[in-house]
Design a protein around this ligand. Sequence first.
Ligand SMILES: Cc1cc2nc3c(=O)[nH]c(=O)nc-3n(C[C@H](O)[C@H](O)[C@H](O)COP(=O)(O)O)c2cc1C
Length: 391
Amino acid sequence: MNLVLNTLGASIDKETIIALLPDKEVEIIDTADMNIAHCMGCNQCWLKTPGICAIKDDYENILKKLVKADNLWLVSDTRFGFLDYKGKRMMDRIMPMLNMTIGFRDGWMRHELRYHALNIGLLYKGAADQALLEDWCKRTAANIGGHSLGAIPLDATSSMVQNSKHSTLNSKPTHIVIINGSPRVQKYSNTDKIIHTFAKGLEEAGITWELHNLSSRKEWDAAQEAFINNERTIIAFPLYVECVPGLMLEFLETLPKERKQPAEISFMLHGGMDEGNEFRLCERFLQGLPEQLGCSYGGTLIHGGSFRIRTAPADQVEKMVTPYVQMGRLFAQKGNFFSPEAAKFTGMEQYPWLVRKMVSLLFLKKVNGEFEQFAKDWGCTRPLGDKPYSE
Ligand SMILES: Cc1cc2nc3c(=O)[nH]c(=O)nc-3n(C[C@H](O)[C@H](O)[C@H](O)COP(=O)(O)O)c2cc1C
């Protein structure tokens, strides 16, 4: 079955969509007027009610159709050279199709499939980085065991590839605005723990900082204000379906596109999977982003393996986040993430075969067991791999 999720509404007709698809037997769902929230990263679909999203909105019916589909086509507008937030949030909500437990699939660390494989394609409107969208489709489809159906432009707008100017500020940092781009509430956010540890390194050097959390819409006005009135901003966030969370994309759209005074954005990107390679597509997107907000680029600090911050015992969490203090010290000195030490912080780009085997046998067994235990403590009564909807 071919399922089309059209986030563009009436600005595109059914005939145009069908004409572009190789298989004409499709079900098109127009999502433009539906009530669909952003994934909030609560993890209930993995650890409390396996396969069932905690958000009760119009996405539940979409999910029931998705588990019957072989091919998913997303029809989306673009922003900043990538999907806009309405398109991206459709994909962020796809998480219940996967299972929390992790294994190696085709040489890559991946979540296990809850149902069958799903192929993914994209019809996009407006200027975008075509190669980035193609690669995003490949990676996202591979996460769900499928292959890419391609990224097809709906109009003749030229492909845009943006590269921001690197590190243009001459002054030493004195005050830093830090924005937590995670949709997960601050109390449970792994990014929050990372930020507070990193900031210890800033404080040692006498640098002041302020924090704004995008998970709370009440904080958006203050975050915009701080971004506009300060020279240096760091946006720290978790990788969500191979790129920036939909919620963060929505916030970015509210920011001005130009600046009167020079300003710079640096990023701290982290995510569940361990290997550096997992983050390179998102890093490509981030390299082009500051330019589109009238800023220069201060680099991206990348580190994987963060999903366990939520589920691991406190002493292990401490061990996981402590190295960020040194990164804070480094940022205090340099004002950006372009140093060799920051590059080294990412760790291995891809595990060699032997390491993969060892991680698989020793580490992942332990981690998956930890998830089972965490789920029990949360009152989960079904197996983590349960299939609540019929395929
Ligand atoms: C919807 C969703 C999508 C995710 N996608 C990815 C991904 O593509 N790659 C990855 O390594 N981790 C992914 N993760 C894991 C998060 O990046 C990771 O758990 C992170 O530590 C969460 O940080 P937070 O608690 O501040 O939100 C995803 C998590 C969620 C909820």
